[in-house]
Design a protein around this ligand. Structure first.
Ligand SMILES: *Cc1c(COP(=O)(O)O)cnc(C)c1O
Length: 367
């Protein structure tokens, strides 16, 4: 039996261990927020935004941001049909209605024309998810959002390191959210971040994130509104600070792995994550979409990778094909691409021999 190749695995060095150890030993009492404050400050600076709030997850950050925008019952929120459920769950928790639109065949992100067509008087927001490190067409989406006076939100959980026309993914929306789950480009174990340039929205989310206690409230244990409890711990933030000092290395390695797959597979009937002019792909998850003509289907890929002890993950199914929502098979591309696609392993310490094993399985499936 060959050694298993995991699909992701964080890169934890002595630096992360030293920071976490310091936080565990000393980060209490009057110092209990030191790493959290530093992580928020340095993350905002890396991204080029004014405000950041560390959270326990991306899902929590999204939940609070949507709540702060006043999104609730009777409102519609547009997002792409192919997404992880975390991007839509907070919409449902708030009682709003998700509207799933089709994806583009090359970026696998939401199609701006479909977004435009889906807008109604009840539309309150668009959630642009930068899928697998690929960036959404932000200029067109920003235009649509501005014309219709609705919020454009970025779920940038998969887009650390991605850039669109000089702006980092996560710096362009009304607000954006990130995830530091163990599978993501940088990790704190579990964790997330809310970021925004809107100072009023920042104050509102700060209040919501602190059990509804406003910053200026001098009365002790005195909530001003019902808030949330989605905080990051100081120990997690310490690991985040260490990871952030290594972010160029972490993203660079992801990009090198994607490029290695591109080089090895360029003559085959398939496509990988695109990188249009003026953009940098964050390369969180190298993904192969086989041409329809190739006849390669996801089930065959899963079986072939499993036989070689390689963790390859399926492309996100259309959310509208799950039991909780009305099916939208009219989202033809979203219902088609996942049937002939697979996510490839891309962890930081991956060896060339492991890459070669993955490539061999793909060639075998095509052969
Ligand atoms: C991972 C992920 C999330 C969820 O992140 P958590 O930190 O686990 O809440 C949300 N959106 C996208 C696009 C993700 O990839």
């Amino acid at each position: 039996m060959k050694a298993r190749i995991p699909y992701t695995k964080p890169s934890i060095t002595e630096l992360e261990v030293a920071y976490a150890t310091d936080a565990a030993a000393n980060g209490w009492g009057s110092r209990c927020y030191e790493y959290i404050d530093r992580f928020e400050r340095e993350f905002a600076s890396y991204l080029g935004v004014k405000h950041a709030i560390a959270t326990s997850s991306c899902t929590g950050a999204l939940h609070m941001g949507l709540a702060a925008l006043g999104i609730g019952a009777g409102d519609e929120v547009i997002l792409a049909d192919c997404n992880w459920v975390a991007s839509v769950a907070p919409v449902v928790h708030l009682g709003a209605t998700p509207v799933f639109v089709d994806i583009l065949p090359d970026s696998w992100c939401l199609d701006p024309e479909r977004v435009q067509a889906a807008i109604t008087p009840r539309t309150k927001a668009i959630i642009a998810v930068h899928l697998y490190g690929n960036v959404c067409e932000m200029d067109t989406l920003r235009h649509i959002a501005a014309e219709n006076d609705i919020a454009l939100i970025e779920d940038a959980a998969e887009a650390m390191g991605a850039v669109y026309h000089g702006s980092r993914a996560g710096s362009m929306g009304r607000f954006a959210t990130f995830s530091f789950h163990g599978t993501k480009t940088m990790t704190t174990g579990e964790g997330g971040m809310f970021v925004t340039n809107d100072s009023d929205l920042y104050e509102q989310v700060l209040t919501l994130s602190n059990h509804g206690r406003a910053r200026g409230q001098s009365r002790q244990f005195w909530p001003d509104v019902i808030g949330y409890k989605y905080k990051m711990s100081n120990i997690q933030a310490a690991i985040g600070c260490a990871q952030l000092t290594r972010i160029d290395e972490l993203v660079g390695r992801k990009r090198d792995i994607l490029q290695a797959y591109r080089d090895a597979l360029q003559d085959y009937p398939l496509m990988l994550n695109p990188e249009p002019a003026g953009t940098v792909n964050g390369a969180w998850m190298p993904t192969v979409v086989f041409s329809s003509q190739s006849g390669v289907r996801t089930e065959k890929l899963q079986a072939a990778f499993a036989a070689e002890s390689i963790d390859a993950r399926v492309f996100f199914s259309p959310l509208s094909s799950t039991a909780m929502f009305e099916p939208c098979p009219a989202n033809r591309i979203a219902w088609d691409i996942p049937t002939r696609a697979i996510n490839l392993p891309s962890f930081h310490d991956m060896h060339d021999a492991e890459l070669a094993r993955v490539v061999a399985v793909i060639k075998h499936c095509l052969g």
